[in-house]
Design a protein around this ligand. Structure first.
Ligand code: FES
Length: 85
């Protein structure tokens, strides 16, 4: 199954140093940009990562970044082709 575009653009979140997060990779979570278990049955797994420091981060909302969980600008390509990846 392909990931769903949760939002065309990143989610700005406050990360806490040393804390582990589960980034939603399937795009179906209601708790964006984090996993709520909605990936069940999609074959897509969330990405677990640990915050190196406390900071504001831009986590990918389009789910097509090449550098999960972070936004790498790929969402701009989606905008150009009309949201149908
Ligand atoms: S929101 Fe996905 S690359 Fe920016």
């Amino acid at each position: 199954m392909k990931p769903k575009i949760a939002q065309i653009g990143p989610y700005e979140v406050e990360l806490k140093e040393g804390k582990r997060y589960l980034w939603c990779a399937c795009g179906r979570s209601k708790d964006q940009p984090f996993c709520d278990g909605s990936h069940e049955g999609t074959g897509i797994k969330p990405v677990s990562f640990k915050a190196e420091k406390s900071e504001k981060a831009a986590l990918c909302g389009c789910k097509h970044t090449k550098h999960p969980p972070y936004c790498d600008g790929t969402h701009e390509t989606i905008e150009k082709i009309g949201g149908d990846f």
